[in-house]
Design a protein around this ligand. Sequence first.
Ligand SMILES: Nc1ncnc2c1ncn2[C@@H]1O[C@H](COP(=O)(O)OP(=O)(O)OP(=O)(O)O)[C@@H](O)[C@H]1O
Ligand SMILES: [Mg+2]
Length: 506
Amino acid sequence: MVTRVRTVAFQGIEAVPVDVQVQIAPGVVVFNVVGLPDKAVAESRERVRSALLASGLSLPAKRITVNLAPADLPKEGSHYDLPIALGLMAAMGAVPSDILNSYVVLGELGLDGRLAPIAGTLPAAIAAGADGRGIICPAQSGPEAAWAGEDIDIVAPDSLLALVNHLAGRQVTARPVPRRRAGPEGLPDLSEVRGQDVARRALEVAAAGGHNLLMIGPPGAGKSMLAQRLPSILPPLNARELLDISMIQSVAGELAGGAVSDRRPFRAPHHSASMAALVGGGLRVRPGEASLAHNGVLFLDELPEFAPQVLDSLRQPLETGETIIARANARVTYPARFQLVAAMNPCKCGLAGTPGHVCRRGTRCAADYQARISGPFLDRIDLRIDMPAVGAADMIGPASAEPSAAVASRVAAARSLQERRFSGLGLARVHTNAAAGARLIEEVVCPDAESRSLLLQAAERFALSARAYHRVLKVARTIADLAGAEKVGRPHIAEALSYRVNFQVT
Ligand SMILES: Nc1ncnc2c1ncn2[C@@H]1O[C@H](COP(=O)(O)OP(=O)(O)OP(=O)(O)O)[C@@H](O)[C@H]1O
Ligand SMILES: [Mg+2]
């Protein structure tokens, strides 16, 4: 007889159903796992054997075959331990097999029978709920599963023995409760940044419309400082955005303790990051920093120090809002709609363009350094600003800069204007001007004759690409939203154009 236990495999952030079929038959004593298991799955035999022993059960001296169906779908990860163990126990009559039918099961086993947390519980629980089933998962993953909904039956024991007792009705494990991470208290505040009015304004515009931002300036001007203060002015995630990013974090195994937070993600990978680390991939395909920054900010400090190829790998997600990882045996898509914030010095010595400074290598110093960033990558950045060093008067005078809370309220108002506009047009998935498509932005901006002529002049003078043209329109729309203006006028377009500074500093 064959017993079946339902579990899942992950394709991107989607949980695909997998059947664990267990057969115990007379014959040579072997324990085989078939159905494209990777190393971690194949090794689960040893963990399952020991965990069963620790729970007082030994495997029968028979031929044991475990099949993971569908057989042509690659199976990765350690979450197959528990469904295999339960399938074996059901085949041995140690747990009732009919109860197992109504659950999706996943969990990693320790040699002592304890259950260890696994990645991907949230998408698995959502898939289970959609299928009308409950979920059995490790205790530490329970709070994560609890976010999938109140009507889903969740069993989250800490050991195999506790699970057997629960299924037999001897000792009931309590239903886990969803957990939240603490709010954004203690974030660095904008009031600490002195001077830099243009940069502060650009940061506000970027936050309001979800635009990409590049800050170029000498060392110590406050570029990193300003970027780190962006989370303090961004609005919290709405329910839909929260679910999307939590799914990605769950699959990446980054939902610590199963607690979710409505704070927008802020990812700041070091410039030594590889392509797989940034866009996702690797031996066991997992989401990269670009996906972990979904609905939030990806901050690339010291931009030219990143490998040029790695930066260019961001071109596709910057345009489409998702990364597609193609491997010989898998093709995986992860959402990656992030706001890019980058900082850089104008040249290797860092001071090109500073009055009175002459680079020792002349104009080559800046040209070589800036050439590490490709034109198409730069074209995708809506706001590019020069950040000169802070003046002595600003530094020494009394600190009277506006605090983050005041900026955050203006940003929130502009964002809710955008939400209302796009949901009014029936576009529930578009939340910001930056995320709007080219046709849509032309429709919602509709510049008047005066702004149109300014745009025309600028497009000819600066040789704006079609993409750059649409990006200027998006930024102008955000500037108008910040001002509460219904129509986009000439001043809004002019300000938007001023943020596309000529890159080449000599
Ligand atoms: N505008 C500013 N207001 C107040 N303090 C500042 C400002 N700019 C810089 N500082 C001080 O200088 C320190 C360094 O600033 P920051 O790291 O932001 O410089 P940077 O522009 O990123 O330089 P680099 O190009 O070397 O990375 C800050 O921690 C802060 O103490
Ligand atoms: Mg810095």
